[in-house]
Design a protein around this ligand. Structure first.
Ligand SMILES: O=C[C@H](O)[C@H](O)COP(=O)(O)O
Ligand SMILES: C=C(OP(=O)(O)O)C(=O)O
Length: 363
């Protein structure tokens, strides 16, 4: 069909475009391979069992708020892999490898967007660095997690992930719910930034359904994608504008809201963000409270999240950067992270022993 419509010349401010590799091209350059692929499948199955309550260990998503330096990220991952083997009777550690950052207004958007940290936005390199780094972390034996922010970016690394988050700013988005519906891994939906958990409950339901939606295929062509529905999702309590929501009353309220909605009561507590009042040093206290609730019998608590880096605090982009310090939200330093996780594991061990002794006495 011909049209008389003439297309106006693009104004000077019109956005320009630059080609990026397709998912298939990036995967060909940085393949997963059968060994790592089996490892991811095993990690996903373990996390699924934890989320479902069939494995009573606590899942811990821990690592930098964002990754901006692959050397520091791997240094962190090596320490985490060593710690993981010391606590794996109680805790399953999953590394936060966040390469995309949702911003409240504007700011650095993550390694994926601006890997050189200078506003040059070399996204082709960002894609390569991000996939390559996640693969390195996986080589160390750690499960990898990230926040899936841009649906088009997800396919570049979703095969490497054992767990993913949909953030507080996107949980209400239909497009993100469709994305999750097509992922074969456990995913946490955060409560909204205002603290409301209703949107996360709606998201869990929407993502469990099959969908047909717009997307791109592995070769970069527009495609109608069909998803089967993801049953392995859960709520993440991250606090909100009115304060934290990790206390026993809030967790109980959340559990009842999930049950009322006919959804499984599976909860992760994010010890950071509004639950720590954005003070990273408060995270161990939040974690300790979650452990206390678990020991008191709150079995909907299946997982926690911590923002942690080699060094504590945060620094601004612009000044000469200090090694191992976050350039987004403040993080707990490594020593305090290690101490908090060792203590959590020890308290859970003690709780199990006490429960075993009690059941022996009753029998
Ligand atoms: O965890 C990260 C931040 O809280 C989130 O990306 C929002 O950051 P901003 O409010 O600094 O933009
Ligand atoms: C942005 C994050 O969290 P939230 O969506 O809870 O703000 C995050 O975990 O990095």
């Amino acid at each position: 069909m011909t049209s008389n419509l003439s297309i106006p010349a693009a104004p000077a401010s019109e956005r320009s475009s630059l080609p990026l590799p397709s998912v298939a091209e990036l995967k060909a350059r940085l393949p997963l391979g059968p060994t790592l692929s089996r490892r991811v499948a095993t990690q996903r199955a373990t996390l699924r069992r934890i989320i479902e309550g069939r494995d009573s260990r606590l899942m811990v998503v821990v690592g930098p708020c964002s990754i901006h330096d692959d050397r520091a990220a791997l240094d962190y991952a090596e320490r985490l892999a060593d710690l993981a083997s010391r606590v794996d009777d109680q805790l399953v550690l999953v590394m936060r490898a966040y390469v995309e950052k949702p911003r409240t207004t504007v700011g650095w958007k993550g390694l994926l967007y601006d890997p050189h940290l200078d506003g040059s936005d070399d996204m082709a390199t960002g894609l390569h660095f991000s996939r390559s780094l996640m693969r390195e972390i996986l080589h160390l034996g750690l499960p990898v997690s990230t926040e899936l922010l841009h649906p088009m970016a997800a396919g570049y690394f979703s095969d490497l992930l054992a767990w993913a988050a949909i953030g507080a700013r996107t949980t209400e988005s239909q497009i993100h719910r469709e994305l999750v519906s097509g992922l074969a891994l456990p995913v946490g939906f955060k409560n909204a930034t205002d603290g409301g958990i209703g949107v996360a409950c709606d998201a869990i339901r929407a993502a469990s359904h099959p969908h047909r939606h717009f997307g791109i295929d592995c070769d970069g062509h527009p495609a109608m994608l069909t998803s089967e529905g993801n049953p392995d999702t859960h709520l993440v309590l991250r606090g909100g504008r009115n304060g934290p929501n990790y206390d026993a009353q809030s967790v109980n309220d959340a559990r009842m809201a999930l049950e009322r909605a006919g959804l499984p009561a599976r909860i992760m507590v994010d010890c950071s963000h509004a639950n720590s009042g954005k003070d990273p040093l408060r995270q161990p206290a939040v974690l300790a409270e979650v452990i206390a609730q678990r020991l008191a019998g709150e079995d909907s608590l299946r997982a926690v999240m911590l923002e942690s880096h080699l060094e504590s605090g945060a620094q601004s982009l612009g000044a000469p950067l200090r090694y191992g310090v976050s350039i987004t939200d403040g993080c707990l330093g490594w020593d305090a992270t290690e101490a908090a996780l060792l203590e959590a594991a020890e308290r859970l061990r003690g709780g199990r022993l006490a429960a075993k002794a009690e059941s022996l006495m009753l029998s």
